[in-house]
Design a protein around this ligand. Structure first.
Ligand code: SAH
Length: 349
């Protein structure tokens, strides 16, 4: 097996490893190797983005979902989940507050809720873009038809976040009911790219059934797909799901993967996710110090935050939006980074 430190050096130079090499790099994970990857990743990130950290305001528009993903707290069959949906006016108000706080990207995320049909979403997108022409809007609303993705793009959506969840088809089958299709999700990602969106993929770290082999496939997929963004974070069990008693993922492995992803694609937009901050009070700082360059504070109305519970013990559910932004700005400053007021588009390199 090739030495992990040699693989880290090769990855920084070539921005590519074979599937077997990614797997070897993952299997040899140690504190020393993590430090080596981290150092390389921070240097590479510094060269592209300096010490700036981009920020996106996350607006959780609906906790209704027609899907039944085994890991997710808002899955259809979770009768204990409290359901809500924001009205277009409430969503626009979140954007207004966010704009004043310095957000230039709004992420509209939710369960797959048919209430948010194309007409409603397109009307809302046009309103947001009319009022804030300088902002970027990211949608994260799951799988839709090509026609729908096209209409939303034409109405002003700039980006679409659709985590692939796992690049291994059999593993996808372990995480989702048979009614859901890995091929379809992957097709959606291709379609979104063809339409012209800045596309984000991503996966959970430590999901049930995941080994170094599946993770190596995720890394190879990202290397080939070349997304604008990649959202990763630890899997955290939710008690009212079939995976409620499974062990969760770790901050350490998540950070290790963030470093590798930065080396694969130096200009990749890589968030240090809320899930990292949930497992470890300094999780998001650790993510940034491992090569991430984006944070996504919550902009949702405080009244709904507890209800958008994808996993247990989610943080920032009591804070006002201004507090979330201020808190993250301070946290970033404390480790030598600057939260900027910027759309946060990927740098072309
Ligand atoms: N319905 C949209 C948005 C899903 S929520 C969609 O299908 O894309 C965003 C992400 O949260 C999911 O893609 C998943 O990777 C992550 N997630 C869901 N449940 C989680 C859990 N229990 N722990 C950690 N992450 C989770």
């Amino acid at each position: 097996m090739i030495d992990g430190f040699a693989l880290a050096a090769k990855l920084e130079t070539d921005r590519s490893l074979s599937l077997a090499e990614y797997e070897a790099l993952l299997r040899q994970r140690s504190e020393a190797l993590a430090a080596s990857l981290r150092e390389r990743a921070v240097r590479v990130r510094q060269a592209v983005y300096g010490n700036t950290v981009f920020t996106r305001g996350l607006i959780e528009i609906s906790s209704y979902c027609k899907n039944n993903c085994y890991y997710c707290g808002i899955r259809r069959d979770n009768r204990s989940a409290e359901r809500y949906r924001l009205s277009p006016k409430e969503i626009l108000d979140c954007c207004r507050e966010g704009w004043d706080l310095g957000f230039r990207t709004f992420v509209l995320q939710g369960g797959e809720d048919p209430y948010f049909n194309d007409a409603l979403l397109c009307g809302m997108l046009r309103q947001i873009k009319r009022e804030f022409p300088a902002c970027a809007v990211t949608l994260s609303l799951g799988e839709r038809s090509r026609d729908s993705y096209q209409k939303l793009f034409d109405a002003g959506a700039d980006r679409y976040l659709l985590r692939h969840e796992t690049a291994d088809k059999a593993h996808y089958g372990q995480l989702h009911p048979e009614t859901m299709s890995w091929d379809h999700r992957m097709q959606c990602l291709t379609t979104l790219k063809e339409i012209g969106y800045q596309v984000g993929c991503g996966f959970m770290v430590g999901s049930p059934g995941q080994t170094e082999r599946e993770l190596a496939k995720d890394l190879k997929f990202v290397e080939r797909f070349r997304p604008a963004m990649c959202g990763i974070g630890p899997f955290i069990p939710h008690k009212d799901t079939p995976f409620g008693a499974e062990p969760g993922g770790s901050v350490e492995l998540s950070c290790y993967l963030l470093s590798i992803l930065r080396l694969i694609q130096p200009n990749l937009l890589l968030p240090a996710t809320t899930a990292l901050g949930t497992l470890d009070p300094l999780g998001r700082e650790k993510g940034i110090q491992s090569g991430a360059n984006v944070v996504m504070p919550n902009l949702s109305p405080v009244s709904v935050r507890k209800k958008y519970a994808l996993y247990d013990n989610k943080i920032c559910t009591g804070e006002e939006s201004a507090q979330c932004r201020g808190c993250l700005a301070q946290r970033m400053a404390a480790i030598g980074y600057e939260l900027v007021t910027d759309r946060g588009d990927p740098k072309t390199i």
